[in-house]
Design a protein around this ligand. Structure first.
Ligand code: ADP
Ligand code: MG
Length: 367
């Protein structure tokens, strides 16, 4: 550890109820949002104890206290039922708060390190993908009785697609960078599908899609597998848990995990929806849900996948029109390339729609 950093870490760790002497603290993992470190301590019996020390990203999470309150409530609920899948353990500070706020206004927290685990950035096998799906499905099952409407909406309107569409139309109207004329076809792609954007919110109003605790970042590296059995062990990265829908958790994982190419692939012939991966994820997720989803909800899983993909594409195009201010870009047109991959995936979903629907129908109680 660098000396200055060591002083900071010792000072921070001193506020928390952790056991043992600190022996090291190093940057850890491949997260893109928070700053993550692994803190290694040796307790009085000589046992090594590892912790995850994280600085919460304040520009993404405007109210870290509310983020932590959601996490404390959800993890306490999960721990109160021994049948639940393992969850994160929050280490409280000496004032019994779940975070420590520095004099600079930064928020730090500590979790127990989830031992005997592996965390993959990409699945190495179909079984890995299944197991990650199972973990996120179990998360839904284990939180079935949790009163989702009592959670803080820490990022307001996160998946309010009609609202995202309004923002997109405003960006087109304002055309701040004079780019709209050059992307007329892309704009038309999203305006042509305007009727679709309220499908999930309307289904919720009709009672077909219940409000649930959604995770909202269901990438495989936010789930952990057991290092020996390689089966679902734990769901992590609970920062974005909010009142939401099961189908958007499913959908975002499909958007990312069932695509045959990277999000910014330029060669669109390489970008396809992998129906095999779709089927594997659907099975894993629904096996994990253990019969807790309504049939009407299961039937909306394809809509969840399409909604997450089209919403994401629309957001990339919005950012392109607004001058690339939100997403980090590495070259001019990066957001536009990302928009194109999402459009390609949406088109693929539309082409495979009947098969997607038939796949999920197989899992309904009343087929
Ligand atoms: N409790 C934990 N035990 C072990 N590893 C963890 C734990 N929490 C996070 N990690 C590792 O750190 C990475 C980043 O943490 P995460 O909470 O996902 O932050 P971000 O929001 O930046 O993605 C994870 O992908 C995982 O590899
Ligand atoms: Mg993460």
């Amino acid at each position: 550890m660098d000396k200055d950093f060591e002083i900071i870490v010792r000072e921070l760790a001193d506020h928390f109820k952790i056991k043992g002497e600190i022996v090291s603290c190093e940057p850890y993992g491949n997260g893109h949002i928070n700053s993550t470190f692994v803190l290694v301590c040796i307790d009085e019996t000589g046992k090594r104890r590892r912790y995850i020390l994280q600085k919460i990203n304040k520009s993404v999470f405007k109210s870290p206290e509310e983020v932590m309150e959601n996490i404390v409530r959800v993890t306490a609920f999960l721990k109160s039922n021994p049948a639940s899948l393992k969850t994160l353990s929050v280490i409280f500070n000496k004032d019994n708060l779940s975070y420590y706020k520095t004099s600079e206004g930064d928020y730090w927290r500590i979790y127990k390190f989830v031992e005997s685990s592996i965390c993959l950035d990409l699945p190495e096998t179909e079984e890995d993908f299944y197991q990650s799906a199972f973990a996120f499905g179990r998360f839904q099952r284990d939180l079935n009785e949790f009163p989702a409407d009592t959670l803080h909406e820490t990022i307001p309107d996160f998946h309010n697609t009609p609202k995202r569409y309004e923002t997109f139309l405003k960006a087109v109207r304002e055309d701040r960078c004079g780019r709209a004329a050059s992307v007329a076809d892309e704009i038309k792609f999203f305006t042509d599908r305007a009727d679709f954007y309220s499908v999930l919110l309307d289904s919720c109003k009709l009672g077909l899609l219940p409000l649930r605790v959604s995770h909202n970042d269901t990438k495989i590296n936010n789930s952990m597998l057991h290092e020996d059995t390689r089966t679902a062990l734990c769901v992590i990265d609970l920062d974005t848990i909010m009142p939401g829908f099961s189908v958007t958790d499913f959908g975002d994982a499909i958007r990312f995990g069932a695509s045959t190419a990277a999000e910014d692939e330029k060669d669109l012939s390489k970008v396809n929806l992998d129906m095999n991966m779709f089927k594997i994820y659907a099975k894993g997720f629904l096996d994990g849900c253990g019969g807790q989803l309504l049939d009407s909800e299961i039937m909306l899983l394809p809509e969840g996948a399409k909604m997450m993909t089209i919403e994401c594409g629309m957001r990339f195009l919005t950012d392109y029109l607004e001058g690339d201010t939100y997403f980090r870009t590495h070259y001019e047109g990066h957001n536009l390339d990302r928009c194109h991959t999402q459009m390609k995936l949406v088109s693929d979903m539309e082409a495979n729609w009947d098969e997607m629907k038939a796949t999920v129908k197989e899992h309904c109680k009343n087929k």
